[in-house]
Every structure is written in structure tokens, then in C-alpha cells.
Design a protein around this ligand. Structure first.
Ligand SMILES: *Cc1c(COP(=O)(O)O)cnc(C)c1O
Length: 401
């Protein structure tokens, strides 16, 4: 989106504000489906933990996406947004058998990632088709908090436990209809990804009634100029070739599934915050905005570098700033960052604010969560109102003291 468009949206709805560009979500979706156009049965399940606003879910549903969910609440949000149960896969980690049974009763695809639950679920519900999440133990990840395929990872069932999986399946007579892996965010090297895919193919040969193979996600998007990103087109070419060959060998039609979150929505999002104070100190110039890690925690949690534009003065002289929040704790969005000259009252736009930004926001410091706007067909639609003081009081019970 252009600076002036963002500025007009900020003027209309106030700051802090999240804005999502529907056209960018659509074009990312198209880019992925085009890369795999030779696969007849391709399924993209949007990982909705990245951004779960109902209007965004509806947009993705409209363009043909399915949904990847990790909690029963996300399952219910998806159903509420109009997804049919067959379009939802539920991939939890460390949840109770009760919750998995509840999801199964809603008719969504169950994906199980540990032997204990597999055995219990299989014994009780042998007729419910289940996908198995394996851990191929391949390192493919950026930040250590988001690498989930390594040997110490809590995710998935280790491929070294395949004999035990097979024993459980045989004993319970359960129906395994999919094999899944999600090696973690940020695939930088396609060869590493393809190596993990080979492990998934090898595993799949042990199951005779599969309907789909799910390769998870981890598509990296650029945050700044010169950043490496996953070459989706090259990956599409290479994996398609391997997949089609495997399908032939397997002797049964299979769906190729992915579950991207970041790839679909990261670049579509902008976080807009107003500069309250410009503070010169002995060592730097701080620009203090009307927000903090209560609204955007990724820089502090993952060290992610969100590009910042001064959309009030996009053409000014560039200077170096430390951009900080108003939380009573160190909450630095950026240090020593070149930004066009900032005046108090200017609005800063943080890029790549679609994925894991609003969805990780909180009420810390008893602040309101930001409003959200969807920019669609040249118009701004408010899709979540700003919180009010009633939201801060909600659910609190005042007792006689
Ligand atoms: C979070 C998650 C994803 C999405 O990861 P991105 O890096 O946002 O694409 C996909 N699958 C599972 C199981 C997840 O937990």
C-alpha cells in the first residue's frame, strides 16, 4: 500500500492500528498455487494462528484456501467463518485427548503428534481417519524458538519411532489418511527442505490408505531489501516432480498440502503507530510511539526487524533513530535505524505486520488492543474495533475486601 493510503486510513481510524491489504494476501496465495500448478490435487491450508480475524479468514475461504488450526478455539473460529469441516485440519501439540475428541466430533481432519494420544485415540475411535505428524529431525529454521524439526523438539513423532507407530496402527486397526511434517519457520535452503520431504515419502510408503501428504510450512518472506526469501517457484518445480513420481509409485491419487501462515499474510500487514515524543539523549534520538510489545512483540521475542517508514514525512532527510514503545519495561522496536526525519505527531508504519502481530497482542499495562482494518478494492473496512475500558474490566470479579 502507498504511504498516502495508509495515512488516510490512520486519520480515519486512529492509532495504533493494524491494516491488511487484501490484494497482497490474494497475490501470495496465487503465487503459491501457480508454483504448484502441475499438481492436480493441491491444498493450501492457511495457518490461522498468524492472523485470525474473521474477515481475513473469510477472504481466504473465498479465494479457495483451507485452514490449519492448532486449538479447538481456532477450529470453532474457522467453522464460524464458514469453512466446512473438511476444509479444516487440526494440528495441536500437547493438548488433551478430550480436546482432540471434541475436534473430531466437529468433523475436522485430526493430526496427531504423539504416540500416547495416537494409541488412546485409535483404541477409542478406530474409524476416524487420522493424519500423523512426523518429526524428520531436519534443521530448517531461523530463530531457535521457531525451529521445530530438530532432535530436541517437542513437535511430531520421531521417524525413529516408526515401528511403534505401525504397531499402534495394526493393533487398533485405525485409519491413517495423511502424513504431515512441519519442520519450522524459515526455509532458506530448498535442498534441506527436499531432504526432509524424502523422509516423508519414505514414511508414507508404510501406509496403504493415504489421501494426502502435508509438507507444513516455513516459507520465508523478506523483511528488508536484500533478505533471502524462499524461492517458491523453484521449490514448486522440484517438489512437484518428486511428488508426481511418488504418487505413481504409491499407486493412488494423493493431495499435496501446505499450511503457510507468514507467507500468506506477513507482507500484507502494516502496523501504524503515532510518535508521542522525540527524545534526544547523550547517545541517540529516541522516537517513542503510542504502542509497545503489548501490540507488536516480534522484535523483542524473535529479534525480527520490521522495516519502519515515516508515512507522515516520507520524503524528509534521513536520520538515525531508536524506535521505542511506551511500556514500562524496555521495549525497543528498532535501534539505530535510518528513517526520514521524525517530528512528534508523525505516524510510523511497521511493515510485515500481518503475521504473528495482532494475534500475539495483549493488554499489558492495561492498554487497549489496536483496531484492525482490511483494505479491499480501494476501500478501508474496519474489521475489529478498538477496545474500550469495558474490555479491560470484562471478566473481572470484584469481591468484598
Ligand atoms: C505455525 C504453524 C504453521 C505456519 O508457519 P509459518 O511459518 O507462519 O508459515 C504451519 N503449520 C503448523 C503446524 C504450525 O504450527
Amino acid at each position: 500500500m502507498e504511504s498516502n493510503q495508509l495515512l488516510s486510513v490512520a486519520e480515519e481510524f486512529g492509532c495504533p492500528l493494524y491494516v491488511y491489504d487484501a490484494a497482497k494476501i490474494q497475490s501470495q496465495y496465487n503465487r503459491l498455487t501457480n508454483a504448484f500448478s502441475k499438481v492436480e490435487r493441491l491444498r493450501i491450508n492457511y495457518a490461522c494462528k498468524a492472523l485470525s480475524n474473521l474477515s481475513v479468514l473469510k477472504l481466504l475461504k473465498k479465494i479457495g484456501s483451507g485452514l490449519d488450526t492448532v486449538s479447538i478455539q481456532e477450529v470453532k473460529l474457522g467453522l464460524h467463518a464458514g469453512f466446512s469441516p473438511e476444509m479444516i485440519i487440526y494440528t495441536p501439540n500437547g493438548v488433551s485427548l478430550d480436546e482432540i475428541e471434541e475436534a473430531a466430533s466437529l468433523g475436522v481432519q485430526i493430526n496427531i503428534d504423539n504416540l500416547s494420544i495416537l494409541e488412546q485415540f485409535g483404541a477409542k475411535h478406530p474409524n476416524v481417519p487420522v493424519c500423523i505428524r512426523i518429526n524428520p529431525h531436519v534443521m530448517a529454521g531461523g530463530n531457535s524458538n521457531i525451529s521445530v524439526g530438530h532432535i530436541d523438539s517437542k513437535f511430531g513423532i520421531s521417524i525413529h519411532q516408526l515401528p511403534h507407530i505401525l504397531r499402534i496402527v495394526e493393533n487398533t486397526k485405525m485409519h491413517i489418511n495423511g502424513i504431515h511434517m512441519h519442520t519450522g519457520s524459515d526455509i532458506l535452503d530448498i535442498e534441506v527442505f527436499l531432504y526432509a520431504a524424502e523422509i516423508l515419502f519414505e514414511t508414507a510408503k508404510n501406509f496403504k490408505q493415504l489421501d494426502f501428504l502435508d509438507f507444513g510450512s516455513g516459507f520465508k518472506v523478506p523483511y528488508k531489501k536484500g533478505d533471502i526469501e524462499t524461492n517458491v517457484e523453484e521449490m514448486g518445480k522440484k517438489l512437484t516432480k518428486r511428488f508426481l513420481a511418488f504418487e505413481k509409485e504409491y499407486g493412488r491419487e494423493l493431495t499435496l498440502a501446505f499450511e503457510p501462515g507468514k507467507f500468506l499474510v506477513s507482507e500484507a500487514g502494516y502496523f501504524l503507530a503515532k510518535v508521542n515524543v522525540v527524545k534526544q539523549t547523550t547517545s541517540t534520538v529516541f522516537a517513542g510511539v503510542d504502542s509497545g510489545f503489548n501490540h507488536l512483540i516480534r522484535p523483542m521475542l524473535y529479534g525480527s526487524e520490521h522495516h519502519i517508514d515515516n508515512i507522515s514525512h516520507p520524503k524528509g532527510k534521513e536520520r538515525f533513530y531508536s524506535v521505542v514503545g511506551y511500556i514500562c519495561e524496555t521495549d525497543t522496536f528498532a535501534t539505530n535505524r535510518k528513517i526520514t526525519e521524525i517530528k512528534e505527531g508523525d505516524i510510523l508504519s511497521f511493515r510485515n505486520a500481518g503475521a504473528y502481530c495482532f494475534s500475539m497482542s495483549s493488554n499489558y499495562n492495561s492498554r487497549f488492543k489496536p483496531a484492525e482494518v482490511l483494505w479491499n478494492d480501494g476501500k478501508a473496512h474496519l474489521i475489529r474495533q478498538r477496545e474500550t475500558f469495558d474490555d479491560i474490566l470484562r471478566n473481572q470479579i470484584e469481591v468484598e475486601i
